[in-house]
Design a protein around this ligand. Structure first.
Ligand SMILES: Cc1ncc(COP(=O)(O)O)c(C=O)c1O
Ligand SMILES: [Zn+2]
Length: 419
């Protein structure tokens, strides 16, 4: 059997592949012990003997073409909405602005609910179903919950309760409802999460934040980002990867994928991982600068980038940053907005949180932090189309309705010389 079970990311204790939503009991039992996240462990030797990497190049069936490295091998249990298979492309205006010819975005905005979260829930909700759950809950700033609701309906779940951040976009709440879930807007979302899990049999399809740690199964879906990049780069890995981080799974997931390819001898190195956060909400950056093992809590987080405005995150991503020789860096609001605009000028409409990875790469390129021929991949996690109010703030709309011909000429920069 290639799936060994669950392992504690802190103490290494091993457990069977079962629902263990509150993290490692061995760590929690220690005096003052905080919850520690679990992660799925595999027998790489057994996987290597039967692995055919050629299969990874074939499209179809979403993330499950990588099922040799996912927790569910039974095709009948593998739920998919056709997630993944996203493009690895060079955004023209960003490449020009940075002078980097090998800067790519992994464009996750083309997933079924327009965010990388679909990889998470394809794996997590499939596991929920195979473990016998009929009810699912999650906490969200928007993307996570919309995606959870879509996969719950695909899985035929009886109930899906999504606890939404007060600033989550109206459209995302409507998406949750249309998919058949219940969207409740709450300042303190964790108060009910615990009750739903312990007293009402709900499966938490939620991230590995410290309390409660949530499911380790979603991370497995994120690994497929690394597998796809490997295929798209012709069987190699990038020199660097920039990820916009909140709970940190967006970095730890791909990192785990790269590490597994290393364990399988498919590659002989891994990328340097850079976690990017807004300057107004940078718990990883402060923790990295202090050389800590845990992630501090940032009081009063603020940023336009709501999806990555979490006040703290999980230590697994911080450890991945250290292990890869990378760093956690922060970017200003202006840098995030500049990256949104440059991506739009390249033809990609992304939300500010997604653009943070690109903003981090631009900052690093401008400060000469890496050579101009390095291969750099920025994870672009979610579409701007789900945040209409936020995107509209970036546009100057005056005098666009019923303009005079003079106004059209002035706005479009036309002169009177015939072309
Ligand atoms: C668009 C987007 N980018 C990045 C993230 C950060 O992901 P994580 O919390 O796994 O670090 C999120 C999380 O909600 C998101 O919605
Ligand atoms: Zn432990």
């Amino acid at each position: 059997m290639s799936v060994l079970g669950l392992t504690c990311t802190r103490c290494g204790a091993q457990y069977p592949l079962e629902p263990m939503f509150f993290g490692c009991p061995a760590c929690a039992d220690k005096a003052g012990g905080a919850a520690a996240a679990l992660t799925v462990a595999y027998d790489y030797r057994a996987i290597a003997s039967g692995l055919n990497v050629e299969d990874w190049g074939r499209a179809g069936h979403g993330i499950w073409r990588f099922d040799a490295l996912l927790p569910l091998r039974d095709p009948a249990a593998q739920i998919s909405l056709g997630e993944g298979n996203t493009a690895l492309v060079r955004p023209r205006a960003v490449c020009e602005a940075t002078g980097l010819s090998n800067l790519y975005i992994k464009n996750e905005t083309t997933n079924p609910t327009w965010a990388f979260k679909d990889r998470f829930h394809a794996s997590s909700v499939s596991m929920a179903k195979s473990l016998g759950y009929t009810r699912v809950t999650a906490s969200t700033t928007g993307n996570h919950g919309a995606s959870a609701a879509a996969y719950c309906t695909a899985a035929g779940m009886d109930s899906c309760i999504i606890l939404c951040h007060p600033e989550s976009s109206m459209l995302q709440r409507d998406m949750i409802a249309l998919y058949g879930g219940h969207a409740f807007v709450l300042e303190d979302r964790f108060q009910y999460l615990d009750t739903l899990i312990r007293d009402h049999g709900y499966y938490p399809s939620t991230t590995m934040t410290p309390m409660p740690t949530g499911t380790p199964f979603g991370i497995e879906g994120y690994k497929t980002i690394a597998f796809e990049i490997f295929v798209q780069l012709g069987g190699s890995v990038p020199d660097r990867m920039f990820c916009p981080i909140a709970a940190g799974d967006s970095l730890y997931g791909p990192w785990k994928g790269f590490s597994e390819m290393h364990a399988l001898n498919l590659v002989d190195r891994h990328p340097v991982m850079h976690g990017v956060q807004p300057a107004g909400c940078n718990p990883y950056v402060q923790s990295f600068q202090q050389g800590r093992a845990d992630v501090i809590v940032h009081p009063d987080p603020s940023s336009i980038a709501l999806s990555i405005r979490d006040d703290t995150g999980g230590p697994a991503a911080l450890q991945a940053i250290y292990d890869s020789g990378g760093d956690a860096t922060d970017v200003t609001e202006e840098e995030i907005i500049e990256a949104v605009r440059l991506l739009a000028q390249s033809g990609y409409l992304v939300e500010p949180s997604s653009a943070a990875s690109v903003a981090g790469a631009i900052r690093a390129a401008r400060t000469g932090r890496f050579a101009s021929d390095e291969t750099v991949v920025c994870l672009v996690t979610g579409s701007g189309s789900k945040w209409p109010e936020v995107m509209s703030e970036l546009v100057d709309r005056d005098a666009l309705v019923e303009p005079s011909w003079e106004e059209i000429k002035a706005r479009a920069g036309l002169d009177d010389a015939p072309q």
